[in-house]
Design a protein around this ligand. Structure first.
Ligand SMILES: *[C@@H]1O[C@H](CO)[C@@H](O)[C@H](O)[C@H]1NC(C)=O
Ligand SMILES: *[C@@H]1O[C@H](CO)[C@@H](O)[C@H](O)[C@H]1NC(C)=O
Ligand SMILES: *[C@@H]1O[C@H](CO)[C@@H](O)[C@H](O)[C@H]1NC(C)=O
Ligand SMILES: *[C@@H]1O[C@H](CO)[C@@H](O)[C@H](O)[C@H]1NC(C)=O
Ligand SMILES: *[C@@H]1O[C@H](CO)[C@@H](O)[C@H](O)[C@H]1NC(C)=O
Ligand SMILES: *[C@@H]1O[C@H](CO)[C@@H](O)[C@H](O)[C@H]1NC(C)=O
Ligand SMILES: *[C@@H]1O[C@H](CO)[C@@H](O)[C@H](O)[C@H]1NC(C)=O
Ligand SMILES: *[C@@H]1O[C@H](CO)[C@@H](O)[C@H](O)[C@H]1NC(C)=O
Ligand SMILES: *[C@@H]1O[C@H](CO)[C@@H](O)[C@H](O)[C@H]1NC(C)=O
Ligand SMILES: *[C@@H]1O[C@H](CO)[C@@H](O)[C@H](O)[C@H]1NC(C)=O
Ligand SMILES: *[C@@H]1O[C@H](CO)[C@@H](O)[C@H](O)[C@H]1NC(C)=O
Ligand SMILES: *[C@@H]1O[C@H](CO)[C@@H](O)[C@H](O)[C@H]1NC(C)=O
Ligand SMILES: [Cu+2]
Length: 571
């Protein structure tokens, strides 16, 4: 660990978000290689070949300290192109390495490699990485652990050990085939066959699948780094007879609170302390969907085991007796979420909640249908799409970042994403019909550097209704308010929490309700924003925020990598 290692200095001036120079000079540089190829996996009594990293499901962990820089060389030994996204890493001025396919780059083609430069700033705790093309993230994902910097401490008694817990979907079918078929035939990808914890299906499915065991010492305290990597499902999670203490969410500390269960949305990460303070034995860890839409769902319990050293025999209880909220218990979800508050300590980014807002964006989220024009492949006369303010995002074939940066490539996107719904109706009323008022387009929002932004997401009851986990790349934002019904832009802001709102990167938009976010647009770049339900994102529940340069070098997008970006076949 040297002072200001080679490579640290050129970025010194430009890095945003950092509060101390000291932190920078301690920053380390790491190099990782990820080999991506097909491997065989047997689950649910069947064997499938699946694209994974280093033959491992989930993929290997990246483990660094706060403020470090990581170079990750991704080698594509598979048969189709994909990209990798560093979920929750803000990448100051560095959209080139953010990852979403056709937004900031084109896919890494088979037989080639691409080195990502992942620049950490104030993130602390747990994040993750995942593929960001088609549905490849179902098998290509892993943890991104960010430990305190060498001179820093945890804002709680240091745990004796930590353990990553990744919650996953399991499909017997191939992810690429599933999404290609569904895109062609206009139907929804079906529900998963099972769920997994760290790649293990546990003992509730009838195929003698393996179960994940976390071995613990009596009286030790563990930091669980819980990641929801499921494709389309929010999750309740709990450990029988043990109290969970939530200490961080989305790589930012929260005021600690004790709970019997957590609710975690796809894309989110939660750091949870648990003390092995019960009778020596084996206890179930269980997860099950939180599911509040009319769409179908696999609500099976999925299990792992919290196992004390020197304990013998099987788990103490029948897994279905472990107390966990019912799958449709939205009160359990909202009461859990309302307890999450920012922790005002020096280990957290200084709390800077925008008060005077320059840019308001109010987005109605809908699932829609449009006539299916290709009878040879459509199964019914309509196909599913999804929209934000009635615009369904169309993925271009040349990435938006390149088109924006070079300025000479026209026709890739337009700057007219509507900043409010084109018409006001009872968004949360009885709207079981699918909304047909949808236009297709690659419409984006332009933001000025540094402006204070408020985004309100409004869930509508079109189609199956339900909640949405919304993710914004390039930022963490404050969740300042949430409520049920239609957002009232006069009365609801009065109830905002501007004192200690959590700083997160993925937010639960409640069914038949709204959520309000605030942030400063201080990261120039091209930043994708989308529902982290893969099904909805694939249908067009996405948009892009472009933050303009601020006028100086230190407030402008970095130059593209000298070694070039993956080549777009569309050019
Ligand atoms: C997976 O299993 C199939 C069938 O046994 C085999 O043909 C294939 O070579 C295996 N693939 C890999 C990557 O091992
Ligand atoms: C992945 O595998 C390659 C080749 O075996 C190895 O060099 C690399 O260190 C592995 N990466 C990780 C993150 O474990
Ligand atoms: C990685 O790609 C570069 C070209 O971008 C190539 O020169 C190099 O040989 C590749 N490395 C490996 C290990 O394939
Ligand atoms: C995809 O569609 C093809 C052609 O209809 C079919 O043979 C195949 O089983 C489908 N695959 C999946 C995963 O649904
Ligand atoms: C799991 O869920 C599916 C769909 O809800 C159901 O058919 C099945 O019986 C459940 N149980 C197991 C063990 O898979
Ligand atoms: C599971 O294991 C039990 C005991 O070894 C065996 O009797 C049973 O046939 C197995 N079931 C399956 C589906 O493999
Ligand atoms: C576990 O409890 C459930 C619900 O009470 C019951 O249906 C099931 O039979 C029990 N399973 C075992 C193995 O005791
Ligand atoms: C542990 O939890 C199970 C079910 O969640 C319950 O039946 C049992 O009474 C609990 N044991 C203790 C010691 O609290
Ligand atoms: C209709 O689908 C067929 C089969 O995938 C495809 O070859 C054809 O180009 C499609 N036509 C249109 C107009 O999209
Ligand atoms: C919107 O619809 C909901 C559900 O039907 C109803 O309770 C509410 O009163 C309606 N709001 C307005 C403003 O009409
Ligand atoms: C859909 O568009 C039609 C025609 O512009 C309009 O009359 C109707 O109110 C719209 N409905 C919704 C729910 O957007
Ligand atoms: C506030 O909401 C009303 C509808 O309730 C809408 O007409 C108006 O444009 C909104 N104002 C702003 C500033 O968004
Ligand atoms: Cu959604």
């Amino acid at each position: 660990m040297g002072l200001c290692k080679l490579g640290c200095v050129p970025w010194l001036l430009g890095i945003l978000f950092l509060s101390s120079l000291e932190l920078l000079c301690m920053a380390d540089v790491h190099y990782y290689d990820l080999i991506v190829r097909e491997s065989n996996f047997t689950r649910l009594c069947t064997t499938k070949s699946m694209l994974v990293v280093n033959d491992s499901y989930p993929g290997p962990e990246i483990r660094v300290h706060r403020g470090d820089t990581v170079f990750v060389n991704v080698h594509n030994h598979g048969s189709y192109g994909f990209t990798i996204h560093w979920h929750g890493v803000k990448q100051p001025r560095n959209p080139w390495f953010d990852g979403p396919e056709f937004v900031t780059q084109c896919p890494i083609q088979p037989g080639t490699n691409f080195t990502y430069q992942v620049i950490l700033s104030d993130e602390i705790g747990t994040l993750w990485w995942h593929a960001h093309s088609d549905w490849t993230r179902g098998s290509v994902h892993g943890a991104f652990v960010i430990l305190p910097a060498p001179h820093e401490s945890y804002p709680f008694h240091p745990p004796d050990a930590d353990q990553t817990i990744i919650l996953e979907s399991w499909y017997n079918d191939d992810y690429l085939e599933l999404i290609r078929n569904s895109t062609l035939n206009g139907q929804a990808v079906g529900i998963p066959n099972a769920y997994a914890i760290n790649g293990h299906l546990g003992d509730t499915y009838e195929c003698n699948d393996t179960i994940f065991r976390m071995e613990v010492n009596y009286q030790d305290t563990y930091l669980l780094r819980i990641i929801n990597a499921a494709m389309n499902e929010e999750k309740f999670f709990s450990i029988a007879n043990h109290t969970l203490i939530v200490v961080a969410q989305d790589a930012s500390y929260v005021t600690r609170f004790a709970t019997d269960y957590i609710m975690i949305s796809p894309g989110q990460t939660m750091d949870v302390l648990v003390q092995a303070n019960q009778n020596i034995g084996q206890y179930y860890m269980v997860m099950r969907n939180f599911h509040d839409s009319a769409a179908s769902s696999n609500n099976n319990l999925t299990t792992a085991i919290f196992q004390y050293k020197n304990s013998v025999g099987g788990p103490m209880n029948n897994a279905s007796l472990v107390s966990l909220p019912e799958p449709d218990d939205s009160k359990a979800t909202s009461s859990f979420l309302s307890r999450i508050r920012n922790l005002r300590v020096r280990q957290n980014p200084p709390l800077r909640v925008p008060r005077a807002i320059h840019r308001r964006v109010y987005i109605a989220i809908s699932t829609n249908s449009i006539p299916c024009t290709n009878d040879s492949v459509c199964i019914t006369e309509n196909r599913f799409v999804a929209a934000l303010n009635n615009v369904s995002f169309v993925s271009p074939v040349i990435d938006i970042l390149q088109a924006y940066y070079k300025r000479s490539i026209n026709g890739v996107f337009t700057k007219d994403f509507p900043l409010e719904p084109p018409e006001y109706y009872n968004f949360t009323g009885d709207l079981t019909a699918l909304n047909r008022n949808v236009t297709m387009g690659t419409k984006i929002v332009m933001l000025n550097y540094g402006e204070a932004v408020e985004i309100v997401f409004q869930a509508t009851q079109f189609g199956a209704g339900g909640s949405h986990p919304f993710h914004l790349h390039g930022f963490s934002f404050y969740r300042v308010g949430s409520g049920s019904g239609n957002f009232n832009n006069v009365t609801d802001p009065k109830s905002y929490n501007l004192v200690d709102p959590p700083l997160i990167n993925t937010v639960h938009v409640p069914a038949s309700g709204w959520v309000a976010l605030r942030f400063f647009a201080n990261n120039p770049g091209v930043w994708f924003s989308h529902c982290h339900f893969e099904r909805h994102s694939s249908w067009g529940m996405d948009t892009v925020f472009i933050v303009k340069n601020g006028g100086t070098k230190a407030t402008s997008i970095r130059p593209p990598p000298a070694s070039g970006m993956p080549v777009c076949s569309g050019t």
